[in-house]
Design a protein around this ligand. Structure first.
Ligand code: NAD
Length: 479
């Protein structure tokens, strides 16, 4: 991996503009390496390389052979697991064990899509006598992938794994805040035998390299994960070329806990669903809706768990690492200032260890109680380790609260009542529902994506393969 270069056509290429971006370690706020600052010229070179691969060696590769390349890549990721985890931990600030889990998931994405590559097929359709009609699923061509900083490896794996399995050639613009692991994986992909140009990485700022990718006329599909505002801008840019966009935009996911729930099982999951990755998870369980009869006892248990949480540098491998940047830290502080100003009680908070450098971007996990449903803390995505608790009286109120935001990504339902499990699973508006468990981030095999402002389209699982292909209908008249 070469410092401050793009990966285009399987080569390390210096940025056309010659400029770089410093990369900060969130654990101490200090720069430790640099990235190439990509421009429209770099994106154009990457799109051309991808098109050449699609029209050439990669486009001519059979589905089974695409699967074999992805399987070799999965093996190489597994072989380099610790190096990738260390890189991800330093770059994002997340505790090492979380980065290791991300590296394991990355290998699994490539393994899953390796196996799926030759299982996707069309159908034969009944039509008029004298005709044979069938459908084929074809790759879009060149796909653009805009990846955020919270799970660089995992989000890269889920999106690029499915795109490559279906035969697309990819141009990836990872986030300026964290993308070193993605660059290393691109190098491993070349080692796995992926033809030059099938996977290209251009680093840089969103408004420069990202926007150049979103508006490039040579792109056939865009997969975007990030904020709703940027998702809207990317969609508008892509619309200029009528390019389809898959959007994954985060959420304000509720965990609904009824009085009959197994609280012993629920509490650790409720805590980890908001503390994992310092709450910077699109599917973070950031609201806990509690049936009034157990409101106080459950809050006591949650408070005990929050008070025991310890926060520190990634290498200390504690419950929680720093936030990604000073900008993200200010965003979280702004929410907490509002809570204080509006008299929302803080029920508990964790502790940042003394050894944590003062220049790092730390925020102790915080439990807020009695959050009014109309308050921004109950409705907007904080993207930090802040859990908003509120009470409900019955199922109808629980559903109204759960559905009472603009988002709809994931929901957790905790109850032993089978009928209620099924009723709520249907009534809650979200892309995924977990009953008596919660799957923040996990589940390579499970289709994932949102409704409402959480986005549209599905990634992960076999379902993603449909999104990365277009359906062609072939009608043959043979008499
Ligand atoms: P963002 O949406 O600005 O960035 C995500 C990606 O989009 C990055 O690669 C970025 O470089 C790129 N980008 C930014 N502006 C662009 C543009 N004009 N054109 C094309 N690409 C562009 O997100 P952020 O500023 O890093 O974080 C802000 C908020 O977004 C967070 O607080 C959080 O709420 C949300 N977020 C959500 C997720 C998620 O997984 N859903 C991930 C990261 C951030």
């Amino acid at each position: 991996m070469e410092e401050a270069k793009h990966f285009i056509g399987s080569e390390w290429v210096a940025p056309a503009g010659g400029e770089t971006i410093p990369v900060l370690d969130p654990s101490d706020g200090q720069p430790f390496t640099q990235l190439a600052r990509g421009s429209a010229a770099d994106i154009d070179a990457a799109v051309q390389a991808a098109r050449k691969a699609f029209d050439g060696a990669w486009g001519a590769t059979s589905a089974a052979d695409r699967g074999r390349v992805l399987y070799r890549l999965s093996t190489l990721v597994a072989a380099n697991h610790e190096e990738l985890a260390q890189l991800e931990a330093r770059d994002t600030g997340k505790p090492l064990r979380q980065a290791r889990a991300d590296a394991t998931a990355l290998a699994r994405y490539f393994e899953f899509y390796a196996g799926a590559a030759d299982k996707l097929h069309g159908e034969t359709l009944p039509y008029q006598n004298g005709y044979t009609v069938f459908t084929v699923r074809e790759p879009h061509g060149v796909t653009g992938h805009i990846v955020p900083w919270n799970y660089p490896m995992q989000i890269f794996g889920r999106s690029v794994g499915a795109a490559l399995a279906t035969g697309n050639a990819c141009v990836v613009k990872p986030a300026e805040d964290a993308c070193l692991s993605v660059l290393r994986v691109a190098e491993l992909a070349a080692e796995a035998g992926l033809p030059a140009g099938a996977l290209n990485i251009v680093t840089g700022y969103g408004h420069e390299a990202g926007a150049a990718l979103a508006r490039h006329a040579g792109i056939d599909h865009i997969s975007f994960t990030g904020s709703p505002q940027t998702g809207k801008a990317v969609t508008q840019m892509a619309a200029e070329n009528h390019v389809p966009v898959t959007l994954e935009l985060g959420g304000k996911s509720p965990q609904i806990v009824f009085a009959d729930a197994d609280l012993h099982a629920a509490v650790p999951v409720l805590v980890s669903a908001i503390v994992q990755n310092a709450g910077q998870t699109c599917s973070a369980g950031s609201r806990v809706l509690i049936e009034r009869a157990i409101y106080e006892p459950l809050l006591d248990k949650l408070a005990t768990a929050f008070n025991a949480l310890r926060v520190g540098p990634s290498h200390a491998d504690l419950d929680c690492g720093p936030l990604i940047s000073a900008k993200q830290q200010r965003r979280v502080w702004d929410f907490l200032d509002d809570a204080q100003h509006d008299g929302i009680p803080m029920a508990a908070h964790g502790e940042v260890i003394h050894e944590a450098p003062e220049t790092g971007f730390y925020q102790a996990p915080t439990l807020l109680r009695d959050v009014p449903p109309a308050h921004r803390l109950a409705r907007e995505e904080v993207f930090g380790p802040v859990l908003a608790a509120m009470a409900f009286t019955d199922e109808d109120e629980a559903v109204a609260l759960a559905n009472g935001t603009l988002y709809g990504l994931v929901a957790g339902i905790w109850t032993r009542d089978g009928g209620r499990q099924l009723r709520l699973a249907r009534r809650v508006r979200s892309g995924q529902v977990f009953i008596n468990n919660y799957g923040a981030g996990g589940g390579v095999e499970l289709p994932f994506g949102g409704v409402k402002h959480s986005g549209h389209g599905r990634e992960k699982g076999f379902e993603a393969l449909y999104g990365f292909t277009v359906l062609k209908t072939v009608a043959i008249r043979h008499g």
